[in-house]
Design a protein around this ligand. Sequence first.
Ligand SMILES: [Zn+2]
Ligand SMILES: [Zn+2]
Length: 424
Amino acid sequence: MGSILIRGAKLADPEKICCERLDLLCRNGVIEKIEKNIQDPADKTVDAQSLALLPGLVDMHVHLRDPGLTYKEDVFTGCRAAAAGGVTSLLAMPNTKPPMDSPALVEELLQRAESACCRVYPAVCITKGMKGEELAPFMELQKAGAVALTDDGRPVENSLLMARAMKEAASLGLRVVSHCEDLYLSQGGLMNEGAVSRELNVPGVPAASENAATAREIALAESYGVPIHICHVSTAVSAAMIRDAKKRGVQVTGETAPHYLLLTEEALRKKNADWRMSPPLRTDEDRKALLEALRDGTLDAIATDHAPHSEEDKADFYRAPNGSIGMETALSACYTALVKTGYLTLPELIAKMSLNPARLLKLPGGTLRAGGPADFALFDENRRWTVDRDRLHGRSKNTPFHGMSLSGKVVMTVCRGEIVYQDG
Ligand SMILES: [Zn+2]
Ligand SMILES: [Zn+2]
C-alpha cells in the first residue's frame, strides 16, 4: 500500500480553524501526521502548494443501480465517478432490483464493494420490497452492515407504518431517510408545477407534494421524540418547516442536492429529460431559500442523489425516469453556488459534504486527523472548467450541468491510502 506525502497544501477541514500550509503523511491507509515540514521519506510525494486539502467527501445519497440495473451503473463505475468527484464514502440507496431488503443482498453488495475504489455503505429498505406494507427486518439488516433505512424513490405512504419504522430505527441507532412526496399530488408530474409548466403545457408536481410529506415526517418525529432525516429538500417551505422544527428541538435533519442550488424550472424549457428529477427543479425563490438554509444551518448536508440512467432511458422527455448523475460535479457545483457567492467558506462547505454526513450516519472520516483513515482529496480552487457529459467517469451521462462552467476542481482523490483519481 505504501506511503504518500502531500506537501504544502492549504488545509480545508471543518474541524480545524487553521488554513495554513501543512504537510500530510499517510502510510498503509492511515494518516500518520499532519504538520509543517514533514521530513520523513515517502513512496510518493505530491506538491500541493496551490491546492486545498479536504477530507474525502461523504455522499449520503447515491443510486449505484447494483444489483439488477447495472446497464445504468454498478458498484465499480459508480465508485469511479465518486473518486473523480472527491467522494471517498457513499451511502448506496436500496431501490435496486431486487430492492435491498435482505441481509444476503447487503452482504453481497459489501463483498462486491471490497474491490471498488470508494467505501460503500448500504442503506436498506424501510418496507419489504419497498411495497409500503410490512417493515423489513431492521436488526438483521443492521447486523449485515446496513447503516440507514429508506424507501427512497417512493414515500412510505402509511403514516402508522412510518411511525413504527422511526421508533424501531431509533432504538437501533439507525437513521431513517425520507423521500418526501405525496404521490396523490405528484402523480404524472414531470416538472415543478408553476408558471413555466403551464406555459409549456407539461404536467407539474406541486411544491405541496413535498411540503405535505415533510410536515408529516416532522409531526411524527416530534410526537414520538425520534430522529428523521429529510432527503433532497427542494422547496423554500420545506426548508422553513425544518428550521422551525429544529427551533422546537425536533430531531430533524435535512439535505439538499447541488442541482437545486444552481438550476431552476427554467432549465426545463429545452424539454430534455436529463433535467428531470424527483423532486423537480423549482423556482428561483426556492433556490435562494435553500442557499440561505445551508448558510444558517437549517440544512445539515449536501448529497448528490446521483441517479444514473442510460441514453435510451432518457431519450423521451415525457416517458423518461426521474434522476440525474452528480458525484463528479458536486463539489465544483457547490463551490460555485455557495463559496464563490459568499454563503459559505470552503471548510463550511466541506462540513456539509463530509463531516456532517459522516456524523449523521456514524461513519469514519469527515475530518483529517493523525490515526484516522487516509481518505482525502486535493481541490484546485482556481480552476474553471466546463462540464462535458462525454468526459465523465460513470456509466451514464445524464448530468444536468452539461455545458456549464464551474469553479474549482478535484485534482486528486485518495481513499484508504491509495490514489483512486488523478486529474489529467
Ligand atoms: Zn428520492
Ligand atoms: Zn434518490
